[in-house]
Design a binder for this molecule. Structure first.
Ligand SMILES: [Zn+2]
Ligand SMILES: [Zn+2]
Length: 140
């Protein structure tokens, strides 16, 4: 099965084969600012299962306490940040590509498998039942 994630205007697309793993909810302040929402959801796919179409610009950020740099690819027309390769030292997701979960706009998209940076979680947002959760990154 192929799923397509796309930016707001539709010129930047990620065609993804199969199911993502992990699917990560992140409540950190950087993800809140990046998405303009109160948390983000990253769907991770093996690199070879993702084909990108369209033009992107890049923005690199370093996660403060984890020390990892992620380069986000966003649409120069509409600004949606769509995909980011995992840094090689990023443990569980190394070799994978993260795709903005909401950009699939599919109500039956696979549910989150982990929730991180809950120290920044807004009080009204529940953690899905049975999903492992962490105050910071996956190691903490
Ligand atoms: Zn766009
Ligand atoms: Zn985050």
């Amino acid at each position: 099965m192929t799923r397509v994630a796309q930016c707001h205007c539709g010129q930047l697309k990620a065609n993804c084969v199969g199911d993502p793993y992990p699917v990560v909810i992140c409540h950190c302040e950087l993800c809140q600012r990046r998405t303009g929402s109160f948390f983000h959801v990253a769907a991770w796919f093996e690199k070879h299962k993702v084909t990108i179409e369209g033009e992107a610009k890049q923005f690199t950020r370093t996660i403060g306490d984890a020390g990892l740099s992620f380069t986000f690819n966003f649409c120069p027309e509409c600004g949606t940040s769509l995909w980011w390769p995992a840094p090689s030292d990023s443990g569980a997701v190394a070799g994978k590509i993260g795709i903005a979960g909401g950009c699939f706009a599919e109500a039956d998209f696979p549910a989150p498998t982990v929730s991180i940076y809950e120290k920044h979680q807004h009080a009204w947002i529940p953690t899905p039942e049975g999903v492992p959760s962490f105050k910071k990154g996956i190691q903490s």
